[in-house]
Design a protein around this ligand. Structure first.
Ligand code: AMP
Length: 478
């Protein structure tokens, strides 16, 4: 049994959680980093606003580690960015570099143990790390390290990375990071502080996103999404390449390609659901990709209808695209409660259904007596669609044509998107006609895989949850 501390300061902490075994490793998070040659008084403020812009990527915990020329201080806690940090935290801590993390809650127990950044002391001084993604060789690595007497304090795969870094630290920073990155497998975007340096890494397939920007005057910023660069007034420089390490210090940005032969396969679900529409990742605007998906849905099946509505927030751009391509009027038809976080965290089916009603409500005036096309970004378990269709019928909709702006989700994700186990994925159990019946829709259509690829400009993406083909081998049970 661990104690529950709402907030922890410094890197020594007492952890909560009496349910370690149920902890799910997979997680999707937001990461942020800042480097300046000089100490900045406002560095915590930059970190705070950067994380705030990435809040949609994780609402379970938030943390910042600031480096004052190599002396690290971590502040982290459970809850939203606005709940975790106080005015004092932001004004009293100064530094030249910083990393931050927001963690997305999965159905496993949520605990401070998993809150990041994680850090420690080793041969090269103090260091800290924040990780977005999911490693797939965790069990093997952990067994191996434990058999060599390693001690772990958490069940996170991020602590494995800490351990490996320390193990490879003998020959200096570069060889330490390269060796560690060659040992871990899976999806990862990392920001690290090693002494007073900021380091960013992207996995060999670039599954998780990471970009680099610069604030006037020479302060560098790393972030999961460009929307966080905009928030701190940083200009986008470029995306970190798959298999690339950037070491940012007083000499500028040093780039090392540690993996040259891997194929680029960023996660398509980032564009479909996870990222903010005002972000651009690997050269593709998230909004544009969703909008094009909507246009393609119209090309796929031309349904006669009176109004097109979208499920907020991620279904809206596709609904606008569908309406513009078809000429059918677009209307706001579903209102989202602004004060509710994303609903997947709800553990049981009954509670999940209730959570949908608390989050989304139908606008009767927009749909009463009409033939309605309703577009959501995805259909996973079928909970949201079923609940919404019921609400639409009660509001007087005459016909309901449900469209998913992504293909049928049939396979689990091993790389960090919490899309449930295979048995819970409705499309892996039923045909499209059966699903339409189950959710109560007159018709149901999914974006085809081919059209998803087109809406992503035919670049290469990981489509594992749709076609079961993954960029790297993901052993079951790891
Ligand atoms: P479901 O209700 O199970 O069919 O899931 C589909 C709904 O969940 C859609 O409204 C999506 O916007 C949303 N969604 C899709 N993927 C995720 C995810 N990984 N985490 C949370 N919500 C998601």
């Amino acid at each position: 049994i661990y104690r529950d501390f709402k907030k922890t300061r410094g890197i020594t902490m007492i952890m909560e959680d009496n349910n370690l075994a149920e902890d799910k490793m997979e997680e999707e998070c937001g990461i942020f980093g800042v480097y300046s040659k000089e100490v900045r008084d406002d560095i915590m403020g930059l970190g705070y606003y950067g994380l705030f812009a990435l809040q949609h990527r994780g609402q379970e915990s938030a943390g910042l580690t600031v480096s004052n020329m190599g002396v690290l201080e971590t502040i982290k806690g459970m809850g939203l960015v606005s709940e975790v940090f106080t005015d004092k935290d932001l004004t009293e801590n100064k530094g030249n570099a910083l990393i931050g993390h927001v963690r997305y809650s999965t159905t496993g127990s949520s605990s401070l143990m998993n809150a990041q950044p994680l850090g420690g002391y080793f041969m090269l001084g103090q260091f800290a790390i924040a990780h977005n993604g999911n490693l797939v060789n965790t069990a093997t690595l952990r067994r191996q390290l434990e058999s060599e007497s390693a001690v772990f304090q958490t069940t996170t795969d991020t602590e494995l990375i800490l351990n490996l870094l320390s193990r490879y630290s003998r020959n200096g920073i570069k060889s330490m990071i390269v060796n560690t990155m060659k040992t871990i497998k899976g999806s990862f975007a990392l920001v690290m502080l090693i002494g007073d340096k900021l380091i960013g890494v992207r996995d060999p397939n670039g599954i998780r996103p990471l970009c680099l920007g610069k604030i006037n005057g020479g302060t560098y910023v790393l972030a999961s999404e460009t929307c966080a660069l905009d928030t701190v007034d940083a200009k986008f420089i470029r995306d970190i390449e798959p298999g690339e390490i950037v070491i940012i210090d007083s000499d500028g940005v040093d780039s090392i390609k540690y993996e040259k032969n891997s194929s680029k396969a960023p996660c398509s679900f980032e564009y479909i659901y996870f990222a903010r529409p005002d972000s651009t990742m690997d050269g593709i605007s998230v909004y544009e990709a969703r909008y094009q998906a909507g246009r393609k849905l119209w090309e796929q099946s031309k349904i006669e209808a009176d109004v097109v509505i979208g499920v907020p927030d991620s279904g809206i751009p596709a609904a606008i695209g569908y309406a513009e391509a078809s000429g059918i009027p677009y209307s706001v038809g579903i209102i989202k409660n602004k004060y509710i976080a994303r609903t997947f965290i709800v553990p049981s089916q009954e509670l999940r259904e209730r959570a949908v009603a608390a989050k989304l409500n139908v606008l009767k005036a927009a749909v009463n007596g009409k033939r309605v096309v309703v577009i959501d970004d995805s259909l996973v378990r079928g909970t949201t669609s079923k609940k919404l269709i019921n609400q639409l019928r009660n509001a007087g909709a005459k016909e309901i044509h449900f469209k998913s702006a992504s293909p049928a989700v049939k396979f689990p994700c091993y790389f960090g998107i919490d899309t449930a186990h295979r048995s819970e994925l409705i499309a892996s159990q039923m045909t499209t006609e059966e699903i339409a019946k189950q959710i109560g829709a007159d018709t149901l259509d999914y974006l085809s895989i081919n059209n998803l690829e087109k809406s992503l400009c035919d670049k290469k993406y990981c489509l594992g949850c749709f076609n079961g083909v993954y960029p790297i081998y993901a052993p079951m049970g790891e």
